[in-house]
Design a protein around this ligand. Structure first.
Ligand SMILES: C[S@@+](CC[C@H](N)C(=O)[O-])C[C@H]1O[C@@H](n2cnc3c(N)ncnc32)[C@H](O)[C@@H]1O
Length: 282
């Protein structure tokens, strides 16, 4: 086990208190039963379709291995697994079990340098840092991140899968990834019982993204600018983003000015992005 000095939980002083703080700050709500952890892990696709052309290079990464219920379910499949755990105590315990094909690293996933090969990512994620961890996974790009299976709060998964319409996060990532619901798990299936029920968020990269990955930064900056105007419709938002040529920019994209920003589809965002680039070039 690689054991770099881990970040101690903030404000932890005595060992008993630090365990308590670790549980809360690192979201340590573990699967109670092996059977539920197996059902969760089985959602990972082990077919060659995940990494066509290089199936043997594919590495599975578990984020937040904790007591290892998910790790053990994954280890039984026989493919190489990197189990990442921020908490030294749990990382040491798991490493001591010497599971076949499992490498345990005691690191913060948010700062961990992953190997450069394609990865499948899976984790029963801490609620507190779930969005940050998800974003870090997406930042690997659709060529490297071949699948994501993440257990998060049910309401959060509803948001990511469109239960309440569009939002900035989805607008920024949907050209490269599809977000879908997977299995749900009641809060009673974890110890200690968390404050919310959970659901799996399934993330699949698009084979042919409508916007090349190298344009991600410009594309995300553009969507951010539109949302930051705080305007309801794309016509009003365009007026704020571009002082001159806003009407032409929206028309040029084939979008109706009265359409609501939160209802725009990926093809509409893409067309707006292209029209904005053309307008900016003039
Ligand atoms: C919800 S528990 C899941 C534990 C176990 N996989 C299970 O399903 O029973 C989340 C785990 O992620 C770990 N964790 C929290 N933040 C982390 C981070 N930034 N990097 C790595 N592990 C983290 C916690 O210590 C905890 O063990």
């Amino acid at each position: 086990m690689k054991s770099k000095s881990p970040r101690p939980p903030r404000s932890a002083s005595a060992p008993a208190a630090s365990r308590c703080v670790a549980r809360r700050e690192w979201g340590q709500n573990f699967f109670r039963a092996a059977a539920a952890a197996c059902r969760f892990s089985a959602q990972l696709d082990s077919s060659d379709a995940i990494a066509p052309g290089s199936p043997n290079d594919l590495l599975t990464v578990e984020i937040g291995a904790g007591s290892g219920r998910v790790t053990k379910a994954l280890a039984s499949t026989g493919s190489p697994l990197l189990a990442v755990e921020i908490d030294t105590q749990w990382a040491r315990r798991l490493a001591a079990e010497s599971l076949p094909d499992v490498t345990v690293v005691n690191e913060d996933f948010l700062t961990l340098q992953l190997p450069g090969q394609p990865v499948r990512l899976i984790g029963n994620l801490p609620f507190v840092s779930g969005t940050k961890i998800l974003r870090r996974c997406l930042e690997l790009g659709p060529d490297r991140m071949r699948q994501g299976v993440f257990l998060l709060q049910r309401e959060y998964v509803g948001k990511r899968t469109g239960a309440w319409g569009g939002n900035l996060f989805n607008a920024q990532w949907e050209p490269w990834y599809a977000f879908e619901k997977g299995l749900a798990f009641s809060r009673q299936e974890f110890n200690p019982v968390p404050r919310a029920d959970t659901q799996t968020l399934m993330v699949t990269p698009h084979r042919k993204p409508p916007v090349p990955w190298r344009e991600r930064t410009a594309y995300q900056r553009f969507t951010q600018q539109v949302f930051d105007t705080g305007q309801m419709t794309i016509g009003e938002a365009a007026r704020k983003v571009l002082r001159r040529g806003h009407a032409q920019f929206v028309r040029g994209a084939g979008v109706r000015p009265a359409d609501r920003v939160k209802d725009l589809t990926v093809p509409e965002w893409t067309a707006l992005f292209r029209a904005h680039q053309r307008t900016a070039d003039c």
